[in-house]
Write a protein that binds this ligand. Structure first.
Ligand SMILES: *Cc1c(COP(=O)(O)O)cnc(C)c1O
Length: 376
């Protein structure tokens, strides 16, 4: 086996398994020519609703717009504080700043990588003391595990704070037997190619149980359209899911339940092989993960990463810097006491190859390489 032959996420193997059906689906779109809001978009949305058990699923251009559309529908803007974990991908906070509201950073739990309810609760009074209106909390389902939304809800409800779940990494996961997409007042996901359910370009979706919210969000993603095409009733944006991407996603969604099982098998093998020697990811009670990433916490992370590189095992650091330390974000407010857990994680996390088409042989090589690096 040549070095570098192991993929971090193997989209080639996935494509090989379904290429004929994807080609046929693309061909259908080329034949009917309805590239914008063609029939595949609504068909895919209906499949998403069934899959998640969500009342409404709305396709949109990407997972970042999905977050923005929800916040716009709620009228979030200047003076509003939106609580976001410091340890996440930038998009979770970016949309808040883009709308002129204030991303307010809170810490995460070292056990789950997800928002720490105690830190969120503490941040509410800090935000009020700074003259901000505590408006929204964004639990992020980092690496595929659902955030503890019931614990967040218990706090948010008392303060009339809305919950927007950023499920960009967790599509397919469940919490207490309910799929991601049914939690919070709204949730969003991304179909970026490397996400658990990915398309061949950009794509995203928004989920809600709320009819009125769904209607407003549908308008926003279509330039604020009203009931007549040329009577636009609000400021919106251009954020549609492409028909071609919807057609590809319909094919990929068919294989997705099997892929989730395969991802879980890969995770269980890692757990069995590595639990004794490294901090492996732990799930909260009642949660399953979509395993967007399989992330270890390592005291000697950089040595392990070097050893992996030498053996052709790809690894990635998600995320090397918490948002509170990033140039565009460090002037935004942060919970009293800061976000030390996020900072500590950034220095120690390492994500291993994770995808549903992993061979036992490749996984064996990865585990042996990590074990050897940890033993030396
Ligand atoms: C990928 C991601 C997004 C953004 O999704 P895009 O489709 O790339 O815009 C938002 N939040 C998190 C946590 C993500 O991982």
């Amino acid at each position: 086996m040549s070095p570098q032959s192991i993929a971090f996420i193997d989209l080639v193997a996935q494509q090989n398994a379904m290429r004929d059906r994807i080609d046929a689906a693309i061909g259908t779109v080329l034949d009917h020519g309805q590239y914008i809001m063609g029939p595949e978009v609504r068909e895919f949305e209906a499949q998403l609703e069934t899959f998640c058990g969500a009342k409404h699923a709305l396709g949109c251009a990407n997972g970042t717009d999905a977050l923005a559309i929800v916040l716009m529908a709620w009228g979030i803007g200047p003076g509003d504080a939106v609580f976001v974990p410091s340890f996440t991908y930038v998009a979770s906070a970016e949309v808040v700043g883009m709308l002129g509201a204030t991303p307010f950073f809170v810490d995460v739990s070292e056990e789950t990588f997800n928002i720490d309810p105690a830190s969120f609760e503490k941040a509410i009074s800090t935000a009020r003391a700074q003259g901000l209106n505590p408006a929204v909390v964004v639990p992020v389902d980092l690496f595929g595990q659902p955030a503890d939304v019931p614990a967040i809800e218990a706090i948010a409800d008392q303060h009339k704070i809305r919950i927007l779940v950023d499920a960009a990494q967790s599509f397919g996961a469940t919490l207490h037997n309910h799929r991601v997409g049914t939690w919070g007042h709204a949730s969003t996901t991304s179909f970026f190619p490397a996400k658990p359910l990915g398309c061949y370009g950009d794509g995203g979706a928004i989920f809600t149980q709320d009819d009125e919210l769904a209607e407003v969000m549908n308008s926003i993603r279509l330039h604020g359209k009203g009931s007549e095409k040329y009577d636009n009733v609000r400021i919106g944006m251009n954020s549609r899911l492409d028909t071609l991407q919807a057609a590809i996603l319909k094919v990929k969604l068919e294989a997705f339940p099997e892929e989730l099982i395969a991802r879980d098998r890969v995770a269980k093998t890692y757990e069995r092989e590595l639990a004794g020697i490294a901090r492996t990811p732990q799930l909260i009670d009642g949660a399953t993960s979509a395993w967007a990433q399989y992330t270890l916490i390592l005291e000697n992370r950089d040595e392990v990463q070097r050893a992996c590189r030498e053996k052709g095992v790809p690894t990635v650091i998600y995320y090397p810097k918490p948002l509170t330390q990033q140039t565009g974000y460090r002037d935004y407010p942060v919970v009293e006491g800061g976000t030390p857990v996020s900072e500590g994680l950034s220095a120690r996390v390492l994500s291993l190859p994770m995808h549903p088409y992993m061979t036992e042989e490749d996984q064996g090589t990865i585990c042996e390489t990590v074990k050897a690096a940890l033993a030396s």
